[in-house]
Design a protein around this ligand. Structure first.
Ligand SMILES: NC(=O)c1ccc[n+]([C@@H]2O[C@H](COP(=O)([O-])OP(=O)(O)OC[C@H]3O[C@@H](n4cnc5c(N)ncnc54)[C@H](OP(=O)(O)O)[C@@H]3O)[C@@H](O)[C@H]2O)c1
Length: 261
C-alpha cells in the first residue's frame, strides 16, 4: 500500500517528551505538523527546531483545559495548513496522593487536563477542523497503562486515563464506518520530564531517594527499563498510517511488558 504523506496532523503537548517525539516522527514522515502547549516560548522554540530539521511545522499556544483555546488552536491550524486529518491528544499531567487527602481542585485539574481535554479537542477537530466531513482520519489518544489498571497514589490520574480508554472505544465504534479510526496508545514508564516529576513525588511520599524509586519501578518492568518517547511515537506513527486502517477502538500498550492486558 502506498502511504499518503502531506496530511495535516495536530499534536497537543508537543513541546516535550512523547508529544515532541510524535511531532518529529509524523513530520519526518512528510506530514504537516501543528503543535500546541501552554508555554508560548517553548512552542516557538520547538517549531523552530522542527523546521530546522526540515519538517513542515507550525504551532500556537494551547491550554487543553479551555474550550475557547482548543477551538482557537484548531482554527489556527486550519488557517495555516488546511483541514485536519490526524489528531494526537497527548497533553497531560500527573497528579495524585493519598486519596483521602486529595483536594477537589487537584482532582478537577487532572480530570480536566487528561480527560475532558480529549473530548474538547476531538470535538473541535471534528467540527472546526472539518474532520467529520472526511472519509479518512486518525484520532490517537495518549492514555497510559494506568488507564487499564489502578495506580497506587494515582487515583485521579488512573481515573482520567480509564476515561480516555472508554472514550476511545466508544468513539472508535461510532466513527468506524466513516474511515476515521480512533485508538489509544498506553505507555507504561517512559523517560520524560513528567516521569522525573512522578519519581520525585513518590520519593517524597515514601521518604526515600529518587534513585530508590527508579530501581523499584524498573524492577516491575519485564524489559528492565523505561520505554523511550521514540518507541511510543513509533506506534503512533503506525496507527496514523494507511496500513492501520483496520485498527480502531483499541488501547495498545508500549510498556516493556509492564501491562499484560
Ligand atoms: N512519561 C510517562 O511515563 C507516561 C506514561 C504513560 C502516559 N503518559 C502520558 O503521555 C502524555 C505525555 O507525557 P510526557 O511524559 O511526554 O509529559 P511531559 O514531558 O511533561 O510533556 C507534557 C506536554 O504537555 C503540555 N501540557 C501540559 N498541560 C497542558 C495543558 N493544560 N494544555 C496544553 N498542553 C499542556 C506540556 O507543555 P506546557 O506545560 O507548556 O503546557 C508539554 O508539552 C501525557 O498524556 C501522559 O499522561 C506518560
Amino acid at each position: 500500500m502506498t502511504e499518503q504523506n502531506g496530511r495535516v496532523a495536530l499534536i497537543s503537548g508537543a513541546t516535550s517528551g512523547i508529544g515532541l517525539a510524535v511531532a518529529r516522527l509524523l513530520g519526518t514522515a512528510g506530514h504537516k505538523v501543528f503543535i500546541g502547549a501552554r508555554n508560548a516560548e517553548k512552542v516557538t522554540e520547538t517549531v523552530k527546531q522542527l523546521q530546522s530539521e526540515g519538517i513542515d511545522a507550525d504551532g500556537s499556544t494551547l491550554d487543553v483545559r479551555s474550550t475557547d483555546s482548543a477551538r482557537a488552536f484548531v482554527q489556527a491550524a486550519v488557517d495555516r495548513f488546511g483541514t485536519v486529518d490526524i489528531l494526537v491528544n497527548n497533553a497531560g499531567r500527573s497528579g495524585g496522593g493519598v486519596t483521602a487527602d486529595i483536594a477537589e481542585d487537584l482532582w478537577d485539574d487532572v480530570i480536566d487536563t487528561n480527560l475532558n481535554s480529549v473530548f474538547r479537542l476531538t470535538s473541535a477537530v471534528l467540527n472546526t477542523g472539518g474532520l467529520r466531513h472526511k472519509g479518512w482520519g486518525r484520532i490517537i489518544n495518549i492514555a497510559s497503562t494506568a488507564g487499564k489498571q489502578g495506580v497506587v497514589l494515582g487515583a485521579p490520574y488512573s481515573a482520567s486515563k480509564h476515561g480516555v480508554v472508554g472514550f476511545t472505544k466508544a468513539l472508535g465504534n461510532e466513527l468506524a464506518p466513516t474511515g476515521i479510526t480512533v485508538n489509544a496508545v498506553c505507555p507504561g514508564y517512559v523517560e520524560t520530564p513528567m516521569a522525573q516529576r512522578v519519581r520525585a513525588g513518590y520519593a517524597a511520599a515514601y521518604d526515600v531517594t529518587e534513585d530508590a524509586i527508579l530501581e523499584k519501578f524498573q524492577a516491575k518492568i519485564p524489559l528492565g527499563r523505561y520505554s523511550t518517547p521514540q518507541e511510543v511515537a513509533g506506534l503512533v506513527g503506525y496507527l496514523a498510517s494507511d496500513t492501520a486502517a483496520s485498527i480502531t477502538s483499541q488501547a495498545l500498550n508500549v510498556c516493556g511488558g509492564l501491562g499484560n492486558f
